[in-house]
Design a protein around this ligand. Structure first.
Ligand SMILES: C[S@@+](CC[C@H](N)C(=O)[O-])C[C@H]1O[C@@H](n2cnc3c(N)ncnc32)[C@H](O)[C@@H]1O
Length: 253
């Protein structure tokens, strides 16, 4: 097999990535990396990790798809109250979090809703991604390192959560405190990941093979609590046990 064929097969095995013009163009740019690949694809191998960093698409922003997020926010109060009544933290997952802006957004929405509807509820947000460089950015808590206008889509009510000195936005300490990040593949979710009231998996499945999409959705079904919510990207669909609502939201039935 050619080094390019080996790279494509490895990216599919590790991350579920499907061949596409985007992936081909990224492989062209990453050609020198193809010579350093260990025979067995592994997330822990430096050569394969570098290839994953170079070929995954890390585009993201705060409050991306605001209509869907508004629908999510409206559905949170009963879930927050249930978590508080059970005496446990309210847990949210950004599955494919890229540089963290989606996890920061989830933290702001959940903290805001908890303040209004279920004060005292602890919020925990986990950002999960396969890319080391994206996660390094996410962990800094710095907003929009690669963006021109990072607050462009942030609704007015949420601006105080991102207010910094002058023009530079900054995560409110209460958001920083509830965030954690972890490296893993969505196609092979760790057993100790825990369960979530809300999971977002947006603009990730679109890059995957059909088999990988099924694997990811099966994995998420094991880690979203019954009655919990899943949000997908505009072209994605989930079947049972997820029940479709409006705006690309699903309830774990
Ligand atoms: C286009 S970004 C989407 C970011 C965010 N969810 C959003 O909608 O703004 C896709 C992210 O998914 C990650 N990704 C791709 N395949 C993955 C996999 N198998 N496991 C975990 N993360 C993956 C990429 O590294 C990238 O950071």
């Amino acid at each position: 097999m050619s080094s390019r064929g080996r790279a494509l097969a490895g990216l599919s095995a590790l991350a579920g990535l499907a061949p596409s013009p985007v992936l081909e163009a990224r492989l062209d740019r990453a050609a020198p990396l193809l010579r350093q690949l260990a025979p067995d694809p592994s997330l822990d191998d430096a050569g394969w990790a570098a290839l994953l960093d170079a070929t995954t698409v890390q585009e993201t922003s705060l409050f991306r798809s605001p209509g869907q997020l508004a629908a999510l926010e409206a559905a949170l109060p009963p879930l927050l109250l249930a978590a508080r009544a059970a005496g446990r933290p309210f847990a949210l997952l950004s599955a494919g979090c890229a540089t963290g802006e989606e996890a920061y957004t989830l933290a702001a929405i959940a903290q805001h809703a908890a303040m209004l509807h279920a004060p005292g509820t602890a919020i925990r947000v986990l950002g999960l991604d396969i890319s080391r460089i994206a996660l390094n950015d996410a962990e800094t808590g710095e907003i929009g390192l690669r963006m021109g206008q990072p607050l462009a889509q942030v609704p007015d009510a949420y601006r105080p959560w991102f207010r910094g000195a002058g023009e530079v936005p900054r995560l409110h300490p209460a958001l920083r405190d509830c965030l954690a990040f972890r490296r893993a593949s969505l196609t092979d979710l760790p057993d100790d990941l825990g369960c979530f009231d809300v999971a977002l998996c947006r603009n990730v499945l679109i890059y995957m093979t059909e088999a990988a999409k099924r694997t990811v959705l099966e994995g998420l079904a094991r880690h979203v609590l019954p009655g919990g919510l899943l949000a997908l990207g505009p072209t994605d669909r989930a079947g049972a046990p997820f029940v479709p609502l409006a705006h690309g939201l699903y309830r774990h039935g």
